[in-house]
Ligand binder design. Structure first.
Ligand code: PLP
Length: 448
């Protein structure tokens, strides 16, 4: 009876929608015509009004193994009945250790130490703090400057919005962190529109970092943080060779390189991390989302031996790092993550973005030539269709495509500005890919 009660409550339209202040949402507009999901399985959601909706976005770039996967469901159920919570400040439980060892096997290079958080935003702010404290611990405390990039999205903490480069996420919130600068973004429709995979032009934009060194001096710069592929800015793919060049310049000046892999981690572009697909190893990786397949909040920061070691030279009994969250290494999240990693391994899901990459690329680029389509971008199982903005009403055209895709096409997509972004679960099959682009093609063709 209890199960029935809670299940019914979770699947029926709510009586009132007033109290929930929805994040990153036009609340009035949404509540006037809500889109509510009731349940999910595999590649599909079911909406509260009973429609089966194809998931073109892995939830919010997070359900990489698809929905309601048996191992994960079982592990979480089992864990909540066994140990619901355990502190991790000078106390712990087995699973955070077991999981950390498993994660360290997946990370590139010697990024073998794991700091747990509960979200991408917390991972980013933790990584920035670790970078600053690392330099201080080794006697270079004057390295306080952080370098982000225009169009970067690094979550919504004060650190993340300071290094982030999306104006709307910054302008409301005052002066932000001092001493931050931004590289130029790499989106260049003039030279690179309709590139397949990595855009050919733009490696020289990495030299912006040289310009920052010339201006600020390397001795003041702690770290550079970038997303290998920017998702929230509307999917910006790095120009061929760009990430490697950034790595070289960081090495030249002793600047730490942080890859924000909240989206590119856990198979989105093939391999466990984008770092491995691009063959460029950063000093720190931030992750979240796919680490638990989205089902329990969790994030992680992976750091190299060198960084970790810098914190281990204090006197006996000294705390390594004055930072952490009540829920760092939460047992439920660890159980979900372990079962998620088992699922990824059992089904070889980190190979999918490579196996399906060409098919995905051909399918999305078949939309070239449709009305208002001004660019198409893809890499791994990530895709973006950019539409020309309506004069005087930017964003409304893509938003209409997004809402029509959901209501008429039974397809979940993601919209940012005039970009439709796609990132299906890695269990996607060719027939689903055909369906996604068939639906989008019809809707784009009939949206003025
Ligand atoms: N960093 C990147 C690259 C992201 O794409 C996101 C979310 O989309 C975040 C950080 C923030 O993650 P969260 O929403 O879990 O705080």
């Amino acid at each position: 009876a209890l199960a029935e009660h809670y299940s019914a409550q979770a699947q029926a339209a709510p009586d009132s929608m007033k109290a929930f202040w929805m994040p990153f949402t036009a609340n009035k507009q949404f509540k006037a015509a809500p889109r509510l999901l009731a349940s999910a399985s595999g590649m599909h959601y079911r909406s509260v009004d009973g429609r089966e909706v194809l998931d073109g976005t892995a939830g919010l770039w997070c359900c990489n193994a698809g929905h309601a996967r048996p191992r994960i469901v079982e592990a979480v159920k089992q864990q909540i009945e066994t140990l619901d919570f355990a502190p991790n400040f000078s106390m712990s439980s087995p699973l955070p250790f077991v999981l950390a060892e498993r994660l360290a096997e997946l990370t590139p290079g010697d990024l073998n130490h794991v700091f747990y958080t509960n979200s991408g935003s917390e991972s980013v702010d933790s990584a920035l703090k670790i970078a600053l404290a690392y330099h201080r611990a080794r006697g270079e405390g004057q390295r306080t400057r952080l370098i982000g990039r225009e169009k970067g999205y690094h979550g919504v903490g004060f650190g993340g919005i300071s290094v982030g480069g999306l104006p709307n996420n910054r302008k409301w919130f005052g002066p932000l962190l001092p001493g931050v600068d931004h590289l130029r973004h790499t989106l260049d429709l003039e030279r690179n529109a309709f590139s397949r995979g990595l855009p050919p032009s733009g490696i020289e934009l990495a030299e912006d970092l040289e310009r920052m060194v010339a201006l600020h001096d390397a001795s003041t710069i702690a770290a550079v943080i970038i997303e290998p592929i920017s998702g929230s800015a509307g999917v910006v793919i790095p120009p061929d060779g760009y990430l490697r060049r950034i790595r070289e310049i960081c090495d030249k000046y002793g600047i730490l390189l942080i890859f924000d892999e909240v989206i590119t981690g856990f198979g989105r572009v093939g391999h466990a991390f984008g770092s491995q697909r691009f063959n460029v190893t950063p000093d720190i990786i931030t992750a979240a989302k796919g680490i638990t397949n989205g089902c329990v909040p969790m994030g992680a920061v992976f750091v190299s031996e060198k960084i970790h070691d810098a914190f281990t030279h204090g006197p006996d009994g000294a705390i390594d790092l004055f930072h952490g969250y009540t829920y760092s290494g939460h047992p439920l999240a660890c159980a979900a993550a372990l079962a998620t990693l088992d699922t990824y391994a059992e089904e070889n899901l980190f190979d999918r973005a490579i196996e399906l990459g060409d098919y995905w690329e051909d399918a999305i680029h078949s939309l070239r030539g449709l009305p208002n389509v001004i660019d198409i971008r893809n890499f791994g199982l990530v895709g973006a269709i950019e539409l020309a903005p309506r004069p005087g009403a930017p964003g409304t055209r893509a938003y209409e495509v997004f809402t029509r895709a959901f209501h008429e096409g039974n397809l979940l997509t993601r919209v940012t500005g005039d970009v439709i972004a796609l990132s299906p679960p890695l269990i996607v099959e060719r027939q689903h890919i055909d369906q996604i682009f068939g639906i989008l093609s019809d809707i784009i063709r009939t949206t003025a």
